[in-house]
Design a protein around this ligand. Structure first.
Ligand SMILES: Nc1nc2c(c(=O)[nH]1)N[C@H]1C(S)=C(S)[C@@H](COP(=O)(O)OP(=O)(O)OC[C@H]3O[C@@H](n4cnc5c(=O)[nH]c(N)nc54)[C@H](O)[C@@H]3O)O[C@H]1N2
Ligand SMILES: Nc1nc2c(c(=O)[nH]1)N[C@H]1C(S)=C(S)[C@@H](COP(=O)(O)OP(=O)(O)OC[C@H]3O[C@@H](n4cnc5c(=O)[nH]c(N)nc54)[C@H](O)[C@@H]3O)O[C@H]1N2
Ligand code: SF4
Ligand SMILES: [Mo]
Length: 705
């Protein structure tokens, strides 16, 4: 380990969201004495952090950390040596490949781990002979990435937080809640722009901390369009048609820099704005006014999140945002663009380095012979030419074509839709390895559990939401017998395939190889990244990287931005007599994804230790529900029991709950229907019923304290 990795306090990056805030970790005399310290001049956040960043160190030395390798024997886990685990893993992977075929294995990368680790995982999968490798982006922004990549060129934010802060006049925030999910981006960047006069338009069925932080409901300047879940296409079609009718479009930009405009006009020719507004549940004049604010602004930027991507029409949802931006010329300049705030601390990087079934490092398509060949030349082995299965498809195949999985830092039994079925199917696997820092709902079903070191204990690089690649640096290990993800993968690789191409003990050496096969990282080295990091694309040494994309042309084959009219696809399940409500699921500021870390963090878990459901007062009255009562939510796939919160924050006819809690896991209810192209599940709309299971005055209800 190099000396700069053991210095204390150590400068590193917050392990939670994709904003990429710099923090410091201070380690005392004893390795398990770890504390948070601010990093005053950190590039993204300049010392500020949200509640999660400040509490991040609480999980490092947590008593629940996995500290020893485990093997399951007769249904129980027992401690094992690393040697035993490696032998078991290698013999099972070899058996599965010879008894079936390489495609009988699936590999799950982790957006909680570093670029180097995911790079090595996908290389290992491909050397094994399969493209069945994916990561949580599939459940997250896969549809956004698809639409951005095919219509503009790169599957990432078109702009960066800094230019959005300085130049944006109108923020169009649709299906995203940066006030809670990207708090520092929101407070330090977007809110600053609002204080300087920018207008905010929020399109969301739920009012939340984004609504509060921009004081959206308190002034005429801002607007909240509270639409029904899954009606984003008709809403945007109203916006686009209104812009066309009023000539609030940029004809020069359309003529010079786009293709497909006629197709958009044809799609909207017979489009009935009034009927569409009815479907959205938003007054037409409000949508028209919002259209005016966006389309007539000097610089307008779209922010897009899970409320758009997690639908079976996720790609179309984002395409329609791209359509709006292109026809109004809001691309290729500071303060504009279509901007997905990426979720996990390293989901951007995990995708960049090729941990996906259809692309190699740098988004080079596996079925593009030339691109594949260029990577094969560096790797020295052949990569299968057909794209593999996505992670949700892999899990749909558990026990059928998929016999074994290698899971590094993902928790599909809680995070995938229709979770009861995932838990049933996962038991059909012949072999599963889970590499994690905690025992998870998924690891319970594993044959081998490998205890990894945590984010704070190792070095590597991560890529944040505005494409900034930054270095993480590690303190000393807290638990002697844990191992770095990279070391584990390297050992498995060497044992399976020999030292050539897998024998790494230093992330920097892996990064050097990654640069060779990933064009947008080619101009980066650890030294050049320094403390500031670099934005990709960074093609040559010395490139400074681009804070915003497409100034001159788009990165498509024609160089033009692709416009394509889209029509409404309602959610696969719409309300009926049996399930009369629409359920949607989204996040809380103090909790994180499947909660493996945030539920264990005293600071984060304090405020909301259990799941709940938001229900509108009119619905609550109809069902006889009061705040604080225990209710059961039921869908065609399962049920959960949670506390009711009666609130006007949520639209009538919609119930809103969170995916963070194992005891009442929202994904027992959600629908696993997928977007045809991006294969993202429809987490944001399912038909649901609700009933009171424990009344407020019941003697069983604990008294309020
Ligand atoms: N505190 C915290 N921060 C996080 C995370 C976390 O779990 N906790 N997770 C990280 C990850 S992995 C991700 S991907 C990001 C996600 O960050 P966001 O994209 O903000 O994700 P969500 O909170 O799931 O959903 C955003 C909004 O979509 C709304 N919504 C629901 N259905 C619809 C719909 O049909 N249409 C529209 N327009 N809106 C809808 C919800 O009400 C919610 O306000 O956050 C990251 N940051
Ligand atoms: N209903 C519903 N479901 C959803 C969503 C939703 O909005 N609604 N959102 C979806 C989205 S956007 C996402 S991104 C997915 C997230 O789905 P997952 O990625 O499955 O969820 P996480 O809880 O982030 O799991 C990360 C795992 O990595 C482990 N880990 C942390 N650090 C390390 C490390 O250094 N090394 C290793 N090896 N492991 C580590 C954690 O303990 C945890 O088990 O959930 C999806 N599921
Ligand atoms: S905004 Fe995101 S990266 Fe920054 S401190 Fe909060 S959770 Fe960490
Ligand atoms: Mo995500």
């Amino acid at each position: 380990m190099s000396t700069d990795e053991t210095e204390s306090p150590t400068k590193t990056i917050c392990p939670y969201c994709g904003v990429g805030c710099g923090i410091q970790v201070k380690q005392g005399e004893e390795p398990d004495d770890v504390r948070f310290m601010p990093w005053g001049d950190a590039p993204v956040n300049e010392g500020r952090i949200c509640i999660k960043g400040g509490a991040a160190t609480e999980v490092i030395a947590h008593e629940d950390r996995l500290t020893e390798p485990l093997i399951k024997e007769d249904g129980e886990f027992r401690e094992a040596t690393w040697e035993e685990c490696y032998e078991y893993i290698v013999s099972e992977l070899e058996r599965i490949r010879s008894e079936y075929e390489p495609d009988a294995m699936g590999f799950f990368g982790s957006s909680k781990t570093m670029n180097e680790e995911n790079y090595l995982l996908q290389k290992l999968a491909r050397r094994y002979g399969t493209n069945n490798v994916d990561n949580c982006t599939r459940m997250c922004h896969a549809s956004t990435v698809w639409a951005l990549r095919t219509s503009l060129g790169a599957g990432a934010m078109t702009n960066s937080m800094r230019d959005l802060r300085d130049e944006t006049d109108v923020f169009w925030i649709q299906g995203a809640n940066p006030g809670e999910q990207h708090p520092i981006a929101n407070s330090q960047y977007f809110r600053q722009a609002m204080l300087d006069g920018a207008t905010v338009i929020q399109v969301d069925p739920h009012a939340n901390k984004t609504t509060q932080s921009f004081q959206i409901d308190e002034t005429e300047r801002h607007m909240h369009l509270q639409l029904n879940p899954g009606t984003d296409i008709p809403l945007l079609n109203i916006v686009i048609k209104t812009a066309l009718e009023n000539d609030w479009i940029d004809e020069e930009f359309i003529a010079e820099r786009t293709e497909g405009f006629d197709d958009l006009k044809a799609t909207l020719e017979d489009f009935d704005k009034e009927a569409a507004a009815e479907e959205c549940g938003v007054p037409l004049e409000d949508i028209e006014l919002a259209a005016k604010k966006y389309a007539t602004a000097d610089n307008a930027a779209i922010f897009t999140g899970m409320g758009m991507s997690q639908h079976r029409c996720g790609v179309d949802n984002v395409q329609n945002e791209i359509n709006l931006a292109l026809i109004t010329g809001n691309l290729g300049r500071p303060g504009t663009g279509v901007n997905p705030l990426r979720g996990q601390n390293n989901v951007q990087g995990t995708c960049d380095v090729g941990a996906m079934p259809n692309v190699l490092p740098g988004y080079q398509l596996v079925d593009d012979d030339e691109a594949r060949k260029s990577v094969e030349d560096v790797w020295g082995f052949e990569v299968p030419p057909e794209p593999g299965l996505t992670n949700v498809e892999i899990s749909h195949e558990f026990g059928d074509s998929i016999k074994g999985v290698y899971v590094m830092g993902e928790n599909p039994v809680m995070s995938e839709p229709d979770a009861n079925r995932v838990a049933e199917r996962i038991q059909e696997l012949e072999f599963m390895v889970v590499q994690d820092i905690f025992m998870t709902e998924t690891a319970e079903y594993a044959d081998v559990i490998l205890p990894a070191t945590s984010w704070a204990e190792r070095g590597g690089t991560v890529t944040n939401t505005d494409r900034r690649v930054q270095r993480m640096r590690g303190i000393e290990k807290v638990h002697e017998n844990t191992r770095h993800d990279l070391d584990i993968l390297s050992e498995v690789g060497v044992r399976l395939f020999g030292a050539d191409g897998f024998d790494f003990d230093d992330p920097e050496v892996v990064f050097e190889e990654l640069r060779q096969v990933c064009p947008s990282y080619h101009g980066m080295t650890y030294d050049l990244l320094g403390e500031e990091g670099l934005h990709w694309p960074c093609y040559e040494l010395g490139d400074e990287g681009d804070p915003f994309l497409y100034e001159e042309e788009f990165d498509t084959e024609s160089g033009l931005g692709h416009i394509e009219g889209v029509s409404h696809t309602p959610p696969a399940e719409t309300p009926d007599d049996e399930y009369p409500l629409i359920l949607t699921t989204a996040r809380l500021e103090e909790h994180y994804n499947t909660g493996t870390m945030s539920r264990r963090s005293p600071t984060l878990n304090r405020q909301t230790p259990e799941n709940f459901v938001d229900i509108h007062p009119n619905d609550a009255e109809r069902y006889g529900i009061e705040t604080g009562e225990e209710v059961t939510l039921r869908s065609r796939r399962g049920e959960i029991t949670v506390e009711a919160q009666v609130t006007e924050d949520i639209k009538e006819g919609v119930v809103w709950t969170t995916p963070h809690f194992a005891a009442a896991s929202a994904n027992k209810l959600t629908n696993d229907v997928l977007d045809e192209r991006a294969k993202i599940p429809e987490y944001k709309a399912a038909a649901t019923d609700i009933e009171v299971t424990l009344e407020k005055d019941s003697p069983e209800t604990p008294a309020d304290d």
